[in-house]
Ligand binder design. Structure first.
Ligand SMILES: Nc1nc2c(ncn2[C@@H]2O[C@H](COP(=O)(O)OP(=O)(O)OP(=O)(O)O)[C@@H](O)[C@H]2O)c(=O)[nH]1
Ligand SMILES: [Mg+2]
Length: 291
């Protein structure tokens, strides 16, 4: 490494569900790593998004949102992932939404990090919204943090201030990831996530929360006229016949809609023709098999 002052470290993004953590991760890295939807409880895994600058490298860790809901295997699993993600980090980034009051989920985040001795930064998101009635009650909490930054993850505003603030707290050290790598998400996982995003956007009530997407096959094939294409076979697992029927829809319209929405974005992102073969199956125990 040429730069003897090269800084390196891990910053974790934590906050209640729906505050915009995944949108912020994508804005920080400058590319879509994590899926984003208007529905709460979108993120189910901890993703790494990597920012490389001349002064160093920051690994941002996106985490599932903290929410108050009926205890279930899925929810317990998500909250454990957040706790694990907090271990071994250098900077803690609490992402909050000043359009909503400081609620029990925020209290849970505050409680969760009260033991964290590492620097904490408060990021107030959604600066683009004209009405942020709870901004002041968040700003008053400012002294508990090493800094307060107002951003719009959606409109890419003040994102560099977050990067700058974090570098201010990072130790000198070698990079965790090779330069050029922007995330730890594999192509295969990203494909299933993108399908799950479309499923969230196209279904309602409990349907998205009872479903998971698995990739079964991915291979290079040729179209009838000899052009190259990527064949993807994926399956949506859900917990019972009723949910399976809702996901398939009348005349298979729902599943076709989810499939073509996902395929279109995959084709743009991967810049090639894609055939997406999507099925819906029942596996009532999928949540119990979570690790
Ligand atoms: N107006 C506005 N909306 C935003 C901003 N950032 C995120 N959103 C919206 O807020 C919603 C939730 O965003 P996500 O990034 O999925 O939120 P999250 O905190 O990752 O949510 P979970 O993964 O469920 O915990 C989406 O509809 C986003 O478009 C912002 O800066 N301004
Ligand atoms: Mg998220």
């Amino acid at each position: 490494m040429d730069n003897p002052n090269f800084k390196s470290g891990i910053a974790v993004l934590v906050g209640r569900t729906n505050v915009g953590k995944s949108t912020l991760l994508n804005a920080l890295v400058g590319t879509k790593i994590a899926i984003v939807t208007p529905k709460p409880q979108t993120t189910r895994d901890t993703y790494h998004g990597i920012v490389n600058r001349p002064e160093g490298q920051i690994v941002f860790v996106d985490t599932p949102g903290i929410f108050k809901t009926q205890p279930s295997k899925l929810v317990t699993n998500l909250h454990h992932k957040v706790r694990d993600a907090i271990e071994g980090i250098d900077v803690f980034v609490h992402v909050a939404d000043p359009t909503r009051p400081v609620g029990p989920e925020d209290q849970r985040v505050i409680e969760m990090v009260s033991h964290v001795t590492k620097p904490k930064i408060l990021v107030l998101n959604k600066l683009d919204l004209p009405d942020r009635p709870f901004r002041q009650s968040w700003v008053e909490r400012g002294p508990k943090y090493a800094g307060v930054i107002e951003v719009s993850a959606l409109k890419d505003k003040n994102i560099d201030l977050v990067i700058k603030a974090i570098f201010g707290h990072l130790p000198v050290g070698p990079a965790h990831y090779p330069e050029g790598q922007v995330s730890n998400v594999t192509n295969e996982f990203w494909i299933t996530e993108l399908i799950r995003e479309k499923l969230y956007l196209k279904t309602s009530q409990e349907v998205p929360y009872t479903a998971v997407v698995k990739l079964e096959k991915i291979e290079d094939r040729k179209t009838k006229d000899g052009r190259s294409m990527l064949y993807i076979k994926a399956v949506i697992l859900t917990i019972d016949d009723r949910h399976q029927r809702m996901l398939i829809g009348q005349g298979a319209r729902k599943i076709k809609d989810i499939g073509s929405f996902a395929r279109k974005e995959l084709e743009v992102a991967m810049n090639r023709k894609i055939f997406l073969d999507l099925d819906v199956l029942v596996d009532k125990d999928w949540m119990d098999k979570l690790t």
